[in-house]
Design a protein around this ligand. Sequence first.
Ligand SMILES: Cc1cc2nc3c(=O)[nH]c(=O)nc-3n(C[C@H](O)[C@H](O)[C@H](O)COP(=O)(O)OP(=O)(O)OC[C@H]3O[C@@H](n4cnc5c(N)ncnc54)[C@H](O)[C@@H]3O)c2cc1C
Length: 306
Amino acid sequence: MAGIEQHDIAIIGDGPVGLTCSILLSLRGIDNVVFERYPDTSIHPKACGINQRTTEIFRIIGIEDEVYEHCAPPEIAGRTACYTSLGAEGREIVSRDAWGGGIYAEEYERLSSSRYCILPQIRLEPILRRIAVALNLDGVRYATEVRDLEQFEDHVKLTVRSRDEDYSVKARSFIAADGGRPFTTKLGVSWLGERNIFDMVFAQFRSPLRSLHPDPRNFITWSTNPKMGGSTKTGYLYQIGPWPLQPGEEEWVFACGVTEHDPERFDQQTMIDRLRRTLNIADLPVELRSFSHWNVNAISRIISRR
Ligand SMILES: Cc1cc2nc3c(=O)[nH]c(=O)nc-3n(C[C@H](O)[C@H](O)[C@H](O)COP(=O)(O)OP(=O)(O)OC[C@H]3O[C@@H](n4cnc5c(N)ncnc54)[C@H](O)[C@@H]3O)c2cc1C
């Protein structure tokens, strides 16, 4: 295969898994290349909870303290509660410690000297990317989609598209860090369970909600209202920083089920109205940053024999 770009390991996807794999390989002197189809790291907060095994790995790659500097402060990160709403009539139904907070603190401390922490992917990935690129200047490629993959006895061949042009890359092996998308299936991993259980919509927004919240220690705030589908369908909120918090910069995520009282597809105004209705704060200041629809699935991966 003369003329074809060659690497030891090709990594598909620059999420937390792909970038961490790249850093770990680079630290061990193993040649690798990462392909990410989007032009930059995630614009959606996505995963927030980082467990202790992961922060232990972050210690190995030298970013543990930087992650703690930017993660949710302990007084926010260890509690969740459910309310009828946050408005004048609203009341708390239940609250509890969680994620290593309160009654769980001693147990978590016993298990590891690294901490459970909360930092959304939008803020974690740039830290990982900086280290990955510093260790592998030409090897972390954005706006580059892996279009096809062929597996041979001793190598794989990837067809990669960048700036409307396809090129081939040969690697000894590959890591499908594509978030469970098609290349995971190439490894013989498939999904078992129920799909599309119900439709959800999610919004990322800026709002001074902490000052209106009856207990802003809660990282996740659930609302439940039988007239809005109850439980998850009514909606839930969580805080996403940026930490340390500066005045006017407070960001949140709100997600709710699409019920028979909602339009099938939301626009900006329906999204804001639904948020205000769930929280029962009619004049809540909201600066919507992004929103999107998604489906609830109850599926797990199964590995089949090949
Ligand atoms: C609202 C929400 C909240 C969540 N909260 C949590 C949480 O608290 N804790 C938790 O553990 N998880 C959470 N998750 C799930 C979490 O997002 C995933 O577990 C996590 O993103 C997986 O990381 P990853 O690196 O495996 O994949 P991803 O972050 O999905 O990254 C995969 C990357 O691969 C890229 N890619 C895919 N195909 C190709 C291709 N062909 N070529 C090039 N690039 C490609 C994608 O563009 C993407 O950037 C949440 C998800 C959502 C949507």
